[in-house]
Ligand binder design. Structure first.
Ligand code: ATP
Ligand code: MG
Ligand code: MG
Ligand code: MG
Length: 479
């Protein structure tokens, strides 16, 4: 079943529902909604937040959407697990004070188990495991009654796994997830943490509590019940696609794999021949797609915030191609392949193609220049360290690469790790801070004793906050 058909079935199931009522079909919002806590939309519920928070009243009691999502938090997982993309689409159904647990469970189970001939996903019931929050006996009883499954097929999980909140006082509630057993090749029996064996593909959030304090994912105070209880669910489109397409992972589905195929042609290497290469192929396919979707929504490469995320994704894709042995410009070959696959859902990829391709190709050019200048210096430095029996590249070297050749620290870290070396990051950061201090000092002297931050700003803009991780804390992926 191709991805487009999965989208259709999901939307129809909710739009035309007669059990709880029709859901209003809401188109995906941009990845760039204004939200002080989020760099990018990372879940289907984000555009509906004002309704859940009671700040605005929706014009409908029920909705369904297929929302574009980006999760930078998952970047290191890409290609290593079977299930994490930086870009993915979340199919959701939402109830704003309308139906609750019983409706949500009934509708989800129906779609998942209804035969393919009858318009469902046709999953084999004997492989499905609903999970519940351990303190939610109501959900346990409903799952048993609605599905007829025995008690030992309902998985009880704790707060950190199956209780949802936004990380701040406000609405919260238990979740239920639907897991599918993909067999012993993917992990041990009943090891629920083996996420690729018991693959979670649908999360149902039962928003029922009013939280007065949230200290961590597993430490919060429930002040009472919400006056209107809500439903927020998220089903991973790609996860369902690889299950239904008989593929091992989300990078092999119909809308992603063609990029890997093209990359095989370009590099002359074969996907499936070498585990290290395979991760690179998957990173290429994932990052090409997520970069394209980010540029489509208006992001341009830069040294801060969203622009820096895009820069890093584009550069990782290009570098992965180089590591696969392809040194020519790669994006002009790969990006159109991704566009052709994604344009069915997002036709603006075609009408905005001039802009999208220009932004992406220019970034690759700039990166090629950076690499050309810095790689030899890096190799030389790494060689010296190894020859002298060392295991760590000095902070001074990392700083020189940054200062003179424009190597972002994460590139140096990545290349060092590939060469089996560590980097004295603390030393690097010390030198960075010194350089900033010095340039502030210079600027102050120039302007006569007045503190002037424009020069400091300039340095920041030119070099960027190098901590990729600094942005991760902005994301609240609490379920
Ligand atoms: P996981 O535990 O596998 O990381 P999650 O619990 O973080 O997933 P949720 O926040 O519950 O995911 O999101 C709802 C659904 O969105 C998931 O059940 C999954 O199907 C899908 N999903 C989440 N993260 C990703 C991702 N990085 N790539 C693809 N699909 C994802
Ligand atoms: Mg996750
Ligand atoms: Mg989840
Ligand atoms: Mg999870």
């Amino acid at each position: 079943m191709d991805t487009a058909e999965i989208r259709r079935r999901f939307t129809n199931h909710f739009a035309q529902n007669t059990t709880v009522g029709e859901h209003t079909v809401v188109p995906s919002a941009s990845l760039l909604l204004d939200d002080p806590n989020l760099l990018f939309v990372n879940a289907g519920m984000v555009p509906f937040k004002p309704y859940f928070l009671g700040q605005e009243t929706p014009g409908y009691p029920r909705a369904t959407s297929i929302q574009k999502c980006v999760r930078t938090l998952d970047i290191e997982e890409v290609g290593k697990t079977t299930r994490h993309g930086t870009f993915f689409e979340m199919c959701g159904n939402f109830s704003f004070g309308d139906y609750f647990k019983e409706g949500a469970i009934t509708l989800a189970w129906e779609l998942v188990t209804k035969s393919i001939a009858d318009g469902g996903f046709g999953f084999d019931e004997s492989l499905l495991y609903p999970s519940v929050y351990e303190d939610d006996p109501e959900a346990v009883a409903l799952w048993k009654r609605i599905t007829g499954l025995p008690d030992d097929r309902i998985v009880r999980l704790g707060k950190s796994e199956n209780y949802w909140s936004m990380g701040v006082p406000g609405p919260g509630g238990p979740c239920s997830e639907i897991l599918i057993d993909r067999g012993p090749a993917f992990g041990a029996d009943r090891d629920w943490d083996a996420g690729d064996r018991y693959l979670e593909f649908w999360n149902l959030v039962f928003m029922q509590d009013e939280l007065s304090a949230v200290r961590s994912k597993s430490d919060f105070d429930i002040a009472g019940s919400l006056p209107h209880k809500n439903i927020d669910t998220g089903l991973g489109l790609e996860r369902v696609a690889y299950l239904l397409q008989g593929k091992d992972n989300m990078y092999e589905i119909d809308v992603v794999f063609p990029v890997i195929e093209r990359a095989q042609e370009l590099t002359g290497r074969r996907y499936g021949a070498d585990p290290v290469d395979d991760v690179r192929f998957r990173v290429v396919a994932d990052h090409v797609r997520s970069s394209m979707m980010l540029i489509n929504d208006g992001v341009t490469p830069g040294n801060e915030g969203r622009g820096y995320v895009l820069r890093r994704l584009l550069r990782r894709a290009v570098r992965s191609m180089r590591l696969l042995g392809y040194g020519d410009p790669a994006l002009p070959e790969l990006l159109p392949v991704s566009r052709d696959k994604m344009a069915e859902g997002y036709p603006e990829l075609r009408s905005s193609w001039d802009r999208i391709s220009r932004v992406a190709f220019a970034e690759e050019e700039a990166f090629r220049k950076t690499l050309q200048a810095g790689t030899q210096i890096f190799d030389l430095a790494a060689g010296e360290v190894k020859q002298s029996g060392g295991t760590q590249l000095s902070g001074a070297k990392a700083f020189a690469l940054h200062d003179t050749y424009g190597f972002p620290i994460d590139l140096t870290l990545e290349m060092a790790s590939e060469a089996g070396l560590a980097v004295d990051e603390q030393g690097f950061r010390g030198l960075m801070a010194e350089a900033r201090e010095k340039s502030k000092e210079d600027a102050r002297r120039k302007k006569g004793q007045h503190a002037d931050t424009t020069a400091y700003r300039g340095i920041l803009d030119a070099n960027g906050p190098t901590e990729w991780l600094a942005y991760e804390t902005l994301e609240t992926e609490s379920r």
